[in-house]
Design a protein around this ligand. Structure first.
Ligand code: ADP
Length: 505
């Protein structure tokens, strides 16, 4: 066989020796035996194949030169140390094959001792682990790539956002530079502190309760927070707090990403103040205008009606003009006042169960004469009892219905029709429609509807109006939890509708 007789070392009988060779020669892993000097005395076929040398080339010598230079010294030093201490040797290294390819192997030996405990040799195995090593290398590369990618993303995030992490108690465990810069605290001052350190006192207890309830139940929280800097100044952030969950879906860490919105909030605050000033101005102006206007209308009425001092026909016409113009102005002032009240949130509302049919009928009595004067026929249907009661503010609902009814007459053709209908639409909602047979509204002008002072070209017509009615209607209906809308076709007519919540009983 060309191998040194193994029985020489182990003093085993012929039968065991035969058995050993049969097993070792064909074993699928490398097997070798070396003497106490570390020189291989036996090498099986598999080991020769793994290393790429013949069994003869590996036998009778040290393998030092056949080990990859990177591991050569470490492997041999370890080998010598283990041999010296009669300990097992277990190490991963590369063989340098003669074909130029390296191969990763796992070498393992156990010392063989004689009866006196003296090392008489080492039996070892060599396993080809190149595939596993290859996979490990690939994994390492992938992890490296991913880490690089994550670092890039993190640096991009740090460029833009104020980032921090906190433990489940809200104690800070990480802050980025932006966090330190905006808050004015150093990293050392922040680490381990509770986020409460930034509390501004601006938000209510419920605000923080909602925030904590959301994130501690594993959901993402988003909102604007006013924080306090170290020097007592304030700053606003748009914050997203993301809870990181463990296997039991319980948060173990919170990561907060914030954007500085201090400037935006200052601009909003400024705009709100300006808007409030405008609203205040409009409402006080309207009040101031109403008083003298009522006096003008009152005296014009006295002129019209005083039996002791009847007017001539020409005077009568002039006073009629004063009355018409005055009433128009009064409508305008009232509507502007309504708009101002809605904008400032000062509109007093009392939402209660209201009979929609009663409201429509009452409004009809107010417009019947106007319709009759132009030969317009108004049709009203019977209504199911369960559709009668809606949730609405009576006075304001009347205002809306009256506006839609009078528009259906004002913008109708002489001798036209105005059809009222009631339909159940979405669950729990009723739609009241006012369908006229007027000139309709062209597609191009439809987007101008519901905009203040927009009369869609009617400003130069004889039809009186202010262009505010529909805007007010839209806001009023929205405040009642409803919707307003329309469909219109030029030369065919328009249908304006409102939808309101039905009373539940
Ligand atoms: P006003 O009637 O005082 O002008 P509105 O806000 O009620 O103000 O209506 C705004 C504009 O919408 C009207 O000027 C008119 O051009 C148009 N409009 C409203 N209702 C109708 C309708 N039923 N048919 C055609 N146009 C309408």
């Amino acid at each position: 066989m060309g191998f040194i007789q193994i029985s020489y070392y182990f003093h085993i009988d012929e039968e065991s020796r035969g058995l050993f060779y049969t097993l070792a020669n064909d074993a699928p892993i490398g097997i070798f035996y070396s003497g106490p000097d570390g020189i291989a005395r036996y090498v099986n076929k598999a080991l020769a194949e793994i290393a790429g040398y013949s069994a003869e080339e590996l036998t009778g010598k040290l393998w030092r030169e056949k080990i990859h230079p990177d591991e050569r010294d470490a492997v041999t030093e370890l080998w010598l140390a283990k041999v010296h201490n009669a300990e097992p040797w277990h190490v991963e290294f590369r063989f340098q094959r003669p074909d130029g390819n390296d191969i990763w192997v796992l070498g393992h030996t156990n010392p063989q001792l004689d009866a006196d405990g003296k090392v008489i040799g080492h039996v070892g195995t060599i396993m080809d682990i190149s595939e596993r090593k290859h996979r490990e290398e690939e994994l390492k590369l992938r992890i490296k790539d991913r880490t690089r990618e994550l670092n890039l993303q993190k640096s991009a995030l740090d460029e833009h956002a104020i980032v921090s992490s906190a433990d489940i108690k809200g104690n800070i465990i990480y802050v980025n530079d932006k966090f330190c810069n905006i808050s004015g605290f150093s990293r050392d001052e922040l680490m381990g502190q509770n986020h409460k350190i930034l509390k501004s006192g601006e938000h209510s207890l419920e605000f923080y309760e909602d925030l904590w309830e959301t994130i501690s139940s594993g959901k993402v929280w988003n909102g604007n927070i006013k924080n306090r800097k170290k020097d007592g100044d304030y700053y606003w952030v748009d914050a997203t707090i993301v809870p990181f969950l463990d296997d039991q879906k319980k948060p173990f860490q919170y990561v907060s990403i914030r954007t500085d919105i201090t400037e935006r909030m200052a601009a909003i605050e400024k705009a709100e103040v300006a808007n409030q000033a405008k609203t205040d101005f409009l409402s006080s102006m309207s009040h101031e205008l109403r008083t003298p206007l009522n006096a003008i209308l009152g005296f014009a009425q006295i002129l019209q009606l005083d039996p002791r001092d009847p007017l001539t026909e020409s005077q009568q016409r002039k006073v009629d003009n004063i009355m018409n113009a005055g009433e128009h102005l009064l409508t305008l002032i009232n509507e502007v006042l309504d708009l101002a009240k809605i904008e400032s949130g000062n509109m007093n509302f009392s939402i209660e169960d209201t009979k929609i049919t009663k409201v429509v009928n009452e409004c009809l009595t107010l417009v019947n004469e106007m319709a009759a004067n132009r030969g317009i026929k108004i049709t009203i249907p019977d209504v199911d009892k369960d559709m009668e009661l809606v949730r609405a503010d009576l006075t304001r609902l009347k205002q809306v219905v009256l506006n839609l009814l009078s528009n259906g007459i004002k913008y109708n053709c002489d001798g036209g029709n105005l059809i009222i209908s009631y339909d159940k639409v979405a669950p729990g909602m009723i739609r009241v429609s006012f369908k006229d047979t007027g000139k309709g509204i062209s597609k191009q002008r439809q987007s101008e509807l519901f905009k203040a002072f927009s009369r869609l070209g009617k400003e130069s017509s004889e039809i009186e109006g202010t262009g505010i009615g529909l805007v007010v209607c839209k806001d009023l209906i929205a405040l009642m939890g409803g919707r307003i809308g329309f469909e219109s076709e030029e030369d065919k007519g328009s249908t304006f509708w409102i939808e309101l919540p039905l009373a539940t009983n």
